[in-house]
Design a binder for this molecule. Structure first.
Ligand code: RP5
Length: 165
């Protein structure tokens, strides 16, 4: 993409979420989508979270990928404060393995949607692929890249059969 300023924001509740959320960053980097990655905790820095949401649209973000674990309010509270689409990633928690995070993120009341992905790295990667797909609706070069990614993935899956000997 042409712009150097971020078009996707990756935010998370703690630096302990980065192991999971870097899967999103890796996908965006692979597709050349400018992104930023920050810790913006809903519980520990609520004013910063509101400021992030308030400025998201004017700073040019078209999607926010938000990951959090446990009582994971970050995606929902961001979504409450901005109309920029929020893609929620449940991070695996120590005691409930992320089922708590998933339920916290997915069970939004009617009116404030958060697109919710799988628990953990797969969810983070898929949230980024979803953001790429959103951007690709208005960007032919990015759509071609996404189609090539799918083609490579299909070839890799077909090659798995050859290893079953
Ligand atoms: C949440 O609490 C974070 O998103 C993280 O998943 C979890 C634990 O945070 P730390 O205690 O590791 O900083 O807010």
């Amino acid at each position: 993409m042409n712009s150097a300023s971020p078009v996707v924001g990756i935010v998370m509740g703690s630096s302990s979420d980065w192991d999971t959320m870097k899967a999103a960053a890796q996908i965006l980097a692979e597709f050349g989508v400018p992104y930023e990655a920050r810790v913006v905790s809903a519980h520990r820095m609520p004013d910063d979270m509101f400021a992030y949401a308030d400025s998201a649209q004017s700073r040019g973000l078209v999607a926010i990928i938000a990951g959090a674990g446990g009582a994971a309010h970050l995606p929902g509270m961001l979504a409450a404060k901005t109309v920029v689409p929020v893609l929620g990633v449940p991070v695996a928690s120590r005691h409930l393995q992320g089922v708590d995070s998933l339920h916290s993120i997915v069970q939004m009341p009617k009116g404030i949607p958060v697109a919710t992905f799988a628990i953990g790295n797969a969810g983070a990667a898929n949230a980024a692929l979803f953001a790429v797909a959103m951007l690709a609706t208005g960007n032919d070069a990015l759509r071609t890249q996404l189609e090539a990614f799918r083609t490579r993935q299909t070839a890799a899956a077909r090659a798995m059969t050859q290893d079953l000997k």
